[in-house]
Write a protein that binds this ligand. Structure first.
Ligand code: HEC
Ligand code: HEC
Length: 313
């Protein structure tokens, strides 16, 4: 089987140390196309080269950029920056105004002539995220008008709407995981499943409790949940498949916690064998149900129904 090579995608670099010895992955190619590919004119990818655009339109109209930096950026940074720079929400902002402009233009669904998600979103995140104020709605509307003014007021610069890249789809899927499901299926029980290591039964958490060796399996439910929502640990739950032309096709169950116990061990550096040759059968079902429930919500576009963990840490 192919090992997952840690590809040149910035968001996956955290994976380099952990993934080098992965046994197998259901999808080993999609990440290579997940950069700026499908937002052909989104201002380049979010990784920030200043010379990414050769098309002209990728930089956006100069007046629109200036307006964004002066009027839109400060106010959105204040109200939305807490959750939209590195997450948990879609990353469409940055501390730096010029960076924020590039990110806003490359994030899916933001720079649209009509139906910009900025304007449509309203309050969210369980009431913690406010809707835009009327002043904010005004400046965002003015900015978007400038974005389209030069295009004869016609075509949206980034396609309408730009298809999400596989990486963005995965991120959306992770954000669609619900803490209510997590506790309902008691997935935290995985932490105390066991392998045989040096003639002792050892729980998964003893080697993976804080994300070591490519898996995050903790008996602390919130930490385990939060880690599982994001790359690279998300890949232990879900993976993306691609169409023949390399665009996103679907999300499938990666099922790594189950497979790890039943697949042929790697030669040379075998994973310790699971007690009974598999994890608990109830847990196998619960992992499956958790995936299916998440996928249903995601496919229905109802990720706002996913619940967050209670305030803690
Ligand atoms: C307390 C954290 C928080 C704050 C503050 C916040 N958001 Fe969000 N936002 C989220 C989370 C979490 C998601 C992903 C889940 C969802 O879509 O509700 C999200 C998703 C989004 C999305 C993309 C998903 C979609 O449905 O289109 C947009 C657009 C968005 N927020 C806009 C805003 C704007 C504009 C502000 C500021 C006025 C803001 N958010 C403030 C947490 C926040
Ligand atoms: C004694 C230490 C140890 C214990 C205990 C342990 N693992 Fe691992 N695990 C490793 C090491 C080392 C790796 C990296 C090499 C590899 O992938 O086999 C790994 C990697 C993994 C991976 C990520 C790579 C992949 O193939 O997706 C998963 C998933 C995993 N283990 C699941 C489990 C589960 C489930 C348990 C409990 C039933 C468990 N591990 C218990 C040592 C351990």
């Amino acid at each position: 089987m192919k090992g997952l090579t840690c590809l040149g995608v910035v968001a996956l670099c955290a994976c380099v140390a952990a993934c080098g010895s992965n046994g197998e992955e259901t999808s080993s190619t999609w990440t290579t196309s997940s950069g700026s590919g499908s937002t052909s004119d989104g201002g380049g990818d979010a990784s920030g080269s200043t010379t990414t655009s050769s098309t002209g339109s990728g930089d956006g109209p100069a007046d629109a950029k200036a307006f964004f930096m002066k009027e839109v950026h400060p106010t959105l940074l204040d109200t939305c920056g807490g959750c939209h720079i590195t997450g948990p929400g879609l990353s469409f902002l940055a501390e730096d105004a010029a960076d924020a402009y590039d990110k806003a233009r490359s994030a899916p669904g933001i720079v649209l002539k009509e139906k910009s998600r900025l304007l449509l979103k309203g309050g969210h995140s369980g009431g913690e995220a406010p809707a835009l104020t009327s002043t904010q709605t005004d400046v965002v509307t003015q900015w978007l008008a400038l974005e389209f003014a030069n295009a004869g007021g016609d075509d949206p610069p980034a396609g309408d709407p730009p298809a999400l890249t596989p990486l963005q789809q995965m991120q959306a899927f992770g954000n669609c995981m619900s803490y209510a499901d997590w506790t309902k299926y008691e997935l935290v029980n995985l932490a105390n499943e066991q392998v045989i290591y040096q003639n002792n039964a050892v729980p998964c958490l003893s080697c993976h409790g804080t994300g070591q060796s490519g898996a995050y399996i903790s008996d602390e439910p919130i930490a385990f949940f939060e880690a599982s929502k994001k790359m690279p640990y998300l890949f232990k739950f879900a993976n993306a498949t691609l169409t023949a032309d390399g665009t996103f096709d679907d999300v499938v169950n990666a099922n790594r916690f189950v497979e790890k116990c039943v697949e042929n061990p790697m030669v040379g550096n075998p994973h310790p064998p699971c007690v009974n040759g598999q994890i608990d059968t109830q847990l196998i079902q619960d992992l499956q149900s958790f995936f299916e429930d998440t996928k249903k919500r995601w496919a229905a576009g109802k990720c706002d129904e996913a619940t967050d963990p209670p305030e803690a840490e």
